[in-house]
Design a protein around this ligand. Structure first.
Ligand code: SF4
Ligand code: SF4
Length: 66
């Protein structure tokens, strides 16, 4: 799927909430304690990561997924 995932790294505190709620294991925490996209093709643009992030650090472009 061609969803676009944007991560505002400076805002990410590495809490891992988005990683935990992603149903497709698209996200993971890096060694630097920031979220990163590790399996972009699996993204179903459900928006859970964006909805759950307490710091508005991750966004999903659902239009790009169509
Ligand atoms: S939109 Fe859904 S599937 Fe895609 S990265 Fe976020 S939680 Fe995972
Ligand atoms: S939920 Fe937000 S702050 Fe937490 S790891 Fe994900 S992007 Fe970073």
């Amino acid at each position: 799927m061609k969803s676009e995932i944007t991560i505002k790294t400076v805002r990410c505190k590495g809490c891992g909430i988005c990683v935990a709620f992603c149903p497709k294991a698209v996200l993971a925490l890096s060694e630097l304690g920031k979220v990163q996209v590790v399996n972009k093709e699996a993204c179903i643009a459900c928006g859970q990561c964006e909805l759950r992030c307490p710091d508005y650090a991750i966004f999903v472009d659902k239009e790009a997924a169509k």
